[in-house]
Ligand binder design. Structure first.
Ligand code: ADP
Ligand code: MG
Length: 442
């Protein structure tokens, strides 16, 4: 077994296995055929020989015919008849050498019919000896019995060769994509995430190749995220800090009107808030990222929590003159209250942020059979087609013109929190006419 496991190529392994199986089954088939047919054939030939021997003797006795005439008369394509005048004659014939003993010879001469196995070149061949006209007549089949089986064996051998060729071909086709995969894996481990394995088959190996491609894409994205994370974080911090230090410098110069002073102070407060938001978001992201399960679970009313968030954000939506349409069932839920609150804050803030003045935001909360469904529907600016695949990415901000007051972390965090609660978050959006975000909690 060790040598088999030691074979480095799956191609060779397949071929060995298939050939082994083929050889084994052929052997069994051949043995069974041989065992069952051999004896009946032997019996049939023997009785045929005995009939000929009887015919020979009765021709000789009844018609007193010359034995050489009878020999010519009785022999045919299948049965041969040889006539010998002495034991030496037989011994001198290469076909019969040592096939018959002196005792058997005298037995035949005394009138008995003797069956023996003529060993022609060590092969079995049945023969019958009789005496007629003082001579020994030996009757035997013209063909070799083994020869008969040999043909079957040849056919089997040819089949074996053809099968081997087919197997080699099939194995090659099987192994080819595996070789490609091995090569691609090496490339990925060397840092080339652009490699793709082409497949046309949809079998297990085809699926493996497809999943490999997905994995390579994901790895590429992760690599991209990792590379960009630091630069994104630095960038997000740098903008408000530059603004704050700039306005502080302006204030320090003191040649400011009260109006400008107030405006600058407001900007500084806003930017400081932004910084604080950013750091708490990053902290939250780090917490959620490193969490595999909900740690701080408690039972609370979801509808109540969402209503509190709406109140919390009141100055934002009332400032834009947004109408709220709330249709929420009273629902108790067990989960991390603080984290889930963040999800509602993020989604509602987005809906307000990306709504036009005087727009409407509809919030639905329902209990379905096995889950809870939260929906927030706005008739705001919608999400552009090219942004759709990326809005859940960290630091990704879609609408560039309005992106100043966000860091693009909201949806990334929300997604993590929802998934932590075994839920899912998804959206439908039409650019220009509105967005519908749905959260389903198990
Ligand atoms: N309700 C919405 N309507 C339109 N676009 C949205 C909505 N919610 C999210 N988006 C898009 O998804 C992006 C990512 O959202 P988010 O992660 O909350 O970051 P941020 O709010 O800081 O921009 C937004 O920049 C915006 O382009
Ligand atoms: Mg947001």
């Amino acid at each position: 077994m060790k040598w088999y496991l030691g074979i480095k190529s799956i191609y060779l392994k397949l071929i060995f296995t298939f050939l082994g199986m083929l050889f084994f089954s052929c052997m069994i088939a051949f043995t069974i055929i041989f065992a069952t047919r051999w004896n009946t054939m032997k019996k049939n030939i023997n009785s045929e020989l005995l009939i000929k021997a009887e015919n020979f003797q009765s021709f000789h006795k009844s018609y007193q015919a010359d034995i050489y005439d009878i020999q010519r008369l009785l022999k045919d394509n299948y049965i041969l008849i040889d006539i010998f005048s002495s034991y030496e004659d037989i011994q001198n014939n290469s076909d019969y050498k040592n096939a018959i003993s002196k005792d058997q010879y005298t037995e035949i001469l005394s009138g008995k019919t003797v069956k023996f196995e003529k060993l022609k070149k060590r092969r079995f061949m049945p023969a019958v000896g009789i005496s007629a006209g003082g001579k020994v007549v030996i009757i035997h089949p013209s063909f070799n019995l083994i020869e008969n089986f040999k043909n079957t064996a040849y056919v089997l051998l040819i089949c074996l060769c053809l099968d081997s060729m087919l197997i080699a071909l099939a194995a090659r086709m099987l192994v080819k994509p595996i070789k490609k995969l091995t090569f691609a894996t090496k490339e990925v481990s060397a840092g080339n995430f652009n490699i793709r394995v082409e497949t046309r088959s949809s079998d297990e190996i085809g699926q493996l190749a497809e999943n490999f491609n997905i994995m390579a894409t994901e790895l590429k994205n992760m690599e991209y995220l990792r590379k960009n994370f630091i630069s994104n974080v630095s960038h997000e911090f740098k903008t408000p800090i530059t603004a704050i230090s700039g306005f502080v410098k302006l204030i320090r110069d003191r040649r400011l009107s009260q109006e400008d002073f107030n405006e600058y102070i407001n900007i500084i407060i806003l930017e400081a808030e932004r910084l604080s938001n950013l750091s708490s978001n990053l902290l939250r992201l780090a917490t959620v990222e490193n969490q595999a399960i909900v740690v701080k679970s408690s039972l609370f009313f979801l509808d109540e929590q969402i209503r509190r968030v709406i109140v919390l954000l009141e100055n934002k939506w009332s400032f834009k003159g947004i109408n709220l349409d709330l249709q929420m069932e009273q629902l108790e839920y067990s989960g991390d209250e603080e984290l889930l609150q963040q999800v509602w804050i993020n989604l509602i803030t987005n809906a307000i942020k990306f709504s036009r003045d005087g727009g409407t935001i509809k919030i639905l909360l329902n209990k379905l059979e096995d889950r809870i469904k939260f929906q927030i529907i706005d008739n705001g600016i919608g999400i552009a087609l090219e942004d759709k695949p990326r809005i859940f990415d960290m630091f990704y901000k879609g609408d560039k013109s309005r992106s100043n007051d966000g860091s693009g972390l909201g949806l990334a965090i929300s997604k993590k929190i929802v998934e932590l609660h075994n839920g899912k978050i998804y959206f439908k959006s039409e650019y220009g006419s509105g967005t519908n975000f749905t959260v389903e909690l198990a």
